[in-house]
Design a protein around this ligand. Structure first.
Ligand code: PHE
Length: 443
């Protein structure tokens, strides 16, 4: 029942045998929560944009979500066998067209256009993923990039120009643990064929200060909101640290982590842009840094929103709590959860189809079991009614070697108490779909 073409935000694309984007995911492409006034995702975008002002930075908020595999992967240096390209992880329209998995998909086109010294791209991104309170197949990212042009800075001295720009940035007084973590020489090399170590160091320093300032802005606002909710609130000093990371399109690369609620929380990925991006974009004299940050995670922490499904709610009890904040960010306050409805847990246990039993007509066998396929069946049938799905038991038969899995599904609506009949019906549909689509045998 694959349609021969599909239309996303006014543009029509042909499908082929790679098509795997379900209707409920495609429907979200029109929502654009990051542009909806007074929506927490949009408010979070506004706060982050305020840290990177015009005219240095120019914002792009309406790029179309359907991009080519070239834009999403190849232009960024992803190797042909990178796991992110798999159909189990990414929503394809056809073999060379997909729903972007990250805002980095638009970097190359902006470097080509060369319209400013800085870019901010906010957009909806799509990934096949697990079902729980912090994962949703659609979320929003902001990409930021800052570039300098060798031909435009005084005496062609990039390091001096970058340090001069760094001087103009505000200072902060937070404690940065591990400001310069060691980086792996082979996997995360300095790009010594394109720029000097001193230039890389200058750009890294500018990158780190800029992003530390962004975190300070977020946490200052989160603290103000916490104090409004509880005048006795005592804040702990903000602790951040840099850790090494790997991205095909930056080197070296880092993640910025913030100590939050007893744990180190990863808030963004970043690095010094691969020179190949600028060379391919026809601007080889440019160089600079880039970062990517997920907005829902930041919004959950700013507003204390407990469940990612809430962002998609059109319930007034949710939306009314943010009214007026887009026009006056100082009105930002914590979300007050409305009562939770009771959970209803149901298990499903099944044998994976054994490798030898997988005949020619089987859709799935033990070797190509992807948990995300189960997650998607659940989302397809239940929409946002399932709060999470967890693997609770795994077992390999000692004689046959067959694998059995047991998943626990938590049925809990954000809007009402589900009846037994309703949950039973959904559970039966899921069970049937697992047999039909994934070829499992129910135990
Ligand atoms: N696109 C990366 C991600 O989605 C984040 C990133 C952006 C990393 C820009 C480095 C530079 O994980």
């Amino acid at each position: 029942s694959t349609p021969s073409s599909i239309t996303v935000r006014g543009q029509t694309f042909p499908t082929d045998h790679w098509y795997n984007a379900p209707a409920n995911v495609l429907a979200t492409t029109s929502r654009q929560l990051h542009l909806q006034k007074d929506h927490p995702v949009s408010i979070t975008r506004q706060i982050l944009e305020s840290v990177f002002p015009r005219p240095t930075f120019k914002s792009y908020n309406t790029f179309h979500p359907v991009v080519s595999t070239y834009e999403n992967f190849d232009s960024l240096g992803f190797p042909p066998d990178h796991p992110g390209r798999a159909r189990s992880d990414t929503y394809y329209i056809n073999e060379s067209t997909l729903l972007r998995t990250h805002t980095s998909a638009h970097e190359a086109q902006l470097f080509c256009a060369s319209e400013s010294d800085g870019y901010l791209i906010t957009a909806d991104v799509y990934r096949r993923d697990e079902v729980d309170r912090t994962h949703y197949p659609v979320f929003h990212q902001m990409e930021g990039a800052r570039v300098w042009d060798r031909n435009k800075v005084p005496n062609g001295d990039i390091a001096a120009a970058v340090y001069a720009d760094l001087e103009k940035l505000p200072k902060h007084n937070i404690k940065v643990e591990d400001p310069n973590p060691p980086h792996h020489e082979q996997r995360n090399p300095l790009q010594s064929q394109h720029h000097s170590a001193a230039e890389a160091e200058a750009i890294a320093a500018h990158l780190k200060r800029s992003l530390e300032l962004m975190v300070v802005e977020i946490f200052t606002r989160a603290k103000a909101a916490a104090q409004k909710a509880d005048p006795n609130y005592v804040d702990e000093p903000l602790r951040v640290r840099w850790v090494e990371a790997y991205f095909p399109f930056t080197s070296p690369s880092w993640e910025l982590e913030v100590y939050y609620a007893g744990d180190w929380l990863e808030v963004l990925g970043c690095g010094i842009s691969q020179q190949s991006l600028f060379i391919n974009a026809g601007v080889p004299s440019q160089l600079g840094w880039a970062f990517g940050i997920g907005l829902e995670r930041i919004a959950m922490l700013l507003f204390q929103i407990p469940d990612i499904r809430l962002f998609w709610s059109t319930d007034e009890r949710f939306l009314s709590q943010f009214r007026g904040v887009s026009d006056d960010l100082s009105k930002l306050k914590r979300f007050v959860p409305f009562s939770k409805y009771p959970p209803c847990y149901k298990d499903v246990s099944f044998w994976l189809r054994s490798a030898s039993a997988a005949g020619g007509n089987s859709k799935a066998n033990a070797h190509d079991w992807h948990e995300n396929d189960l997650m998607e069946i659940v989302r397809d049938i239940c929409g946002d009614v399932v709060e999470d799905v967890k693997l609770v038991d795994e077992f390999v038969h000692p004689k046959t070697g067959r694998r059995s899995l047991c998943y626990r599904i938590n049925y809990r609506s954000l809007e009402k108490t589900l009846t037994n009949a309703e949950t039973n019906e959904m559970h039966a549909k899921i069970t049937a779909a697992l047999v039909e689509k994934l070829g499992v045998e129910i135990r």
